[in-house]
Design a protein around this ligand. Sequence first.
Ligand SMILES: NC(=O)c1ccc[n+]([C@@H]2O[C@H](COP(=O)([O-])OP(=O)(O)OC[C@H]3O[C@@H](n4cnc5c(N)ncnc54)[C@H](O)[C@@H]3O)[C@@H](O)[C@H]2O)c1
Ligand SMILES: O=C(O)C(=O)C[C@@H](O)[C@H](O)[C@H](O)COP(=O)(O)O
Ligand SMILES: [Zn+2]
Length: 368
Amino acid sequence: MRTVKLDLGPDSYDIVIGRGLLAQVERMTALLPQKRAAIVTNTTVAALYLAPLQKALEAAGVQIIPIVLPDGEQYKTWETLNLIFDGLLTARAERKTTLIALGGGVVGDMTGFAAAVYQRGVPFIQIPTTLLAQVDSSVGGKTAINHPLGKNMIGSFYQPQLVLADLASLDTLPDREYSAGLAEVIKYGLIDDLPFLEWLEANIERLMGRDTDALAYAVERSCQNKARIVGEDEKEHGVRALLNLGHTFGHAIETGLGYGAWLHGEAVAAGMVLAARASYELGQITDADLARIIKLLDAAGLPTMAPALGYERYAALMAQDKKVDAGQIKFIIMRKLGESYMGTLSPEVIAAALQAGCSDDAAASRVA
Ligand SMILES: NC(=O)c1ccc[n+]([C@@H]2O[C@H](COP(=O)([O-])OP(=O)(O)OC[C@H]3O[C@@H](n4cnc5c(N)ncnc54)[C@H](O)[C@@H]3O)[C@@H](O)[C@H]2O)c1
Ligand SMILES: O=C(O)C(=O)C[C@@H](O)[C@H](O)[C@H](O)COP(=O)(O)O
Ligand SMILES: [Zn+2]
């Protein structure tokens, strides 16, 4: 078992990584202010993991309110959020009732938002069951729902009290979802961790084979990177924006194609290639660096060409990005391989990146 600490003063918490953690409920029960908790999950994850978790908590004397949501990015909405409140109010959940998010990033982001606002804030625990959620979304307290006009546009910063990443739950994760999680893993290497990027290049085959030790190391190193950055800048006034590498383009792809058409991690992968192409246009990374990034993402089963939405559509979608400041779009750009910063890009550089990095076939290539 590995533990990463996210240091946020009184709001600090542990990210516990290991196999079989779902059955070990003592870490959770020690934190509950009352012997009552709501488990929020979705139909897919409920069929796999709700019963064992509920049983283990009930055996420890905890009364459980199960709340099962529809599955999919297209349900990350006000309407679905309201289903959580319906379940909590119907069961007369109180201020000391803990919300436990059991699922991927969609469940985690919505449950966290519900926890932030239900009765103005109730305790919250994350049990991420996708690779993406274990390496990124369960850590750091960003919670949100989507708006038809923009990704994660309505939300809050609200930290969990504990993250339990059970690597055994990934055994049932489909390959496409597993690859999507690797996009956020590779992101950490590109932001500011060149040794990790090099380790990923050397170990991508092991990771694709779901080698136990390689996977545990990749999850731990990713969480260490995220915890360090969030610990420095919880509310994204500075360095935390680097975690948005590939997301300015990526969120435009998700919104532009319709939520759920491309997975978040797929859109981030293609977005990181566009960010790399822009950095190449600026003369900051070489064509060999660009080729290395594409090769690694490709080996991880991810798209490296973005859908051809057209410059105007990309520009309009990216104008909704949360990093926009006084109307100016900010991007995360590579200063060199393994080092990124936030800056602006000229329309010419954006157009050149899109010209080289989009293809008409890309959109259809990912749709299941
Ligand atoms: N808050 C953050 O910091 C943050 C960071 C990254 C991404 N996100 C958000 O996270 C979301 C993407 O998360 P995701 O990739 O986990 O997608 P997801 O939550 O949609 O889960 C992916 C799919 O896997 C299924 N699933 C989950 N666990 C499973 C398991 N163990 N076995 C089999 N199937 C399982 C889900 O039901 C779903 O169909 C996006 O909405 C994105 O915006 C948030
Ligand atoms: O935690 C962060 O900060 C991130 O940016 C992590 C991203 O991977 C994640 O997709 C996040 O939700 C994007 O943030 P947003 O503020 O652009 O919605
Ligand atoms: Zn992301």
